[in-house]
Design a protein around this ligand. Structure first.
Ligand SMILES: NC(=O)c1ccc[n+]([C@@H]2O[C@H](COP(=O)([O-])OP(=O)(O)OC[C@H]3O[C@@H](n4cnc5c(N)ncnc54)[C@H](OP(=O)(O)O)[C@@H]3O)[C@@H](O)[C@H]2O)c1
Length: 304
């Protein structure tokens, strides 16, 4: 079978290679992959010197050899493989990671949901009750953010997003978010929860917008600079906060959360912005576009 493998070369991080067909272990199904989407970790892992990471974390395909108790041969399925390797014609996947593709849902849309959707869903579970609560999100114009905004609003929260002054935020405003470009223009002591993923001074300024006893959910550092929190700045505002470092893995069953996301997408409650569709031979170029910030929305590659 053919699969995308790392090259170790800057600017051309992955290429097709011929590999032996995988042999599913007990509890695994063999899936013939049709589409996979790209996520930032695909780029980050491939760009790590000496890596043996094979891309493909989120994918859609058809069961070729079923596992005991898992979906039958021919069932279209969606899956999330945190360790990668789904950008391949055939993949051995734990049967309990396979969620059936709902009838009528585009497989390309479904391929965009797993990682970004699960992060958004689990962040909002960690945020606590949402109805009527005020959320502030940084770094929300990307894959996770588009789901975070839609799910928060569907749950009855009000969400404000701090975004740069380009066009990347317009779909968030259309989805019902309030968009601001300067966090300092927001009144202090306003928000119940801050969802922070940029780092640097933006993250620390966002913290000062929390109400007394608010929750600071810290889940990324997309700007490249560590978060700097000034104890005395918070003290000066007379404020205490709860800080929670959030990692999406290990919260709940992937298949259950994936099924929830697929149902929401099939019902039209969750919309997906796709910025690139193409054959998987384009993967390396798309990863470069993603890293350079030229890609808006998700990228979906098709195995041809
Ligand atoms: N904790 C976890 O378990 C977990 C899991 C997955 C992802 N994450 C994190 O979640 C975050 C979002 O992921 P994603 O897939 O949505 O990433 P993404 O599509 O690359 O989006 C990154 C976001 O960060 C913003 N950003 C980047 N650099 C910035 C800067 N210097 N100043 C201000 N904004 C900046 C981008 O804004 P522009 O569009 O304006 O560039 C965009 O809104 C990332 O930090 C990622 O590492 C965490």
């Amino acid at each position: 079978m053919r699969a995308l493998v790392p090259t170790g070369k800057t600017g051309r991080l992955t290429e097709l290679a011929e590999l032996p067909d995988p042999i599913p272990a007990a509890g695994q199904a063999l899936v013939r992959v049709r589409h996979f989407s790209l996520n930032r970790p695909d780029y980050l892992y491939l760009a790590t010197p000496g890596t043996d990471f094979r891309p493909g974390i989120d994918a859609v395909g058809t069961v070729e050899i079923p596992a005991d108790g898992g979906p039958a041969r021919g069932t279209p399925v969606v899956f999330h493989l945190p360790s990668g390797g789904a950008a391949a014609e055939l993949v051995a996947v734990p049967a309990d990671s396979l969620a059936p593709l709902p009838a009528g849902l585009s497989p390309e849309i479904a391929a965009c949901l797993p990682l970004a959707g699960m992060v958004a869903l689990r962040l909002l579970k960690a945020a606590g009750p949402l109805s009527g609560r005020r959320l502030l999100a940084t770094g929300a114009t990307g894959g996770v953010g588009q789901f975070l905004v839609q799910l928060a609003i569907a749950a009855g929260a009000q969400i404000t997003v701090v975004a740069r002054e380009d066009d990347a935020w317009r779909h968030l405003a259309q989805a019902g978010a309030t968009v601001v470009h300067d966090v300092h223009a927001l009144p202090a002591a306003t928000f119940d929860v801050v969802l922070e993923s940029v780092g640097g001074t933006l993250g620390s300024a966002a913290a000062t917008r929390l109400r007394q006893g608010g929750l600071f959910l810290w889940y990324g550092q997309a700007g490249g600079q560590p978060l700097t929190l000034d104890f005395f700045q918070l003290l000066g505002g007379g404020m205490e906060l709860t800080l929670r470092h959030f990692v999406y893995l290990g919260h709940s069953d992937d298949r259950d959360d994936l099924a929830t996301l697929l149902d929401l997408a099939a019902a039209g409650t969750l919309q997906v912005e796709i910025g690139h569709r193409g054959p998987w031979q384009e993967t390396s170029d798309v990863l470069e576009s993603m890293a350079a910030g030229r890609l808006r929305g998700k990228a979906v590659l098709t195995i041809t």
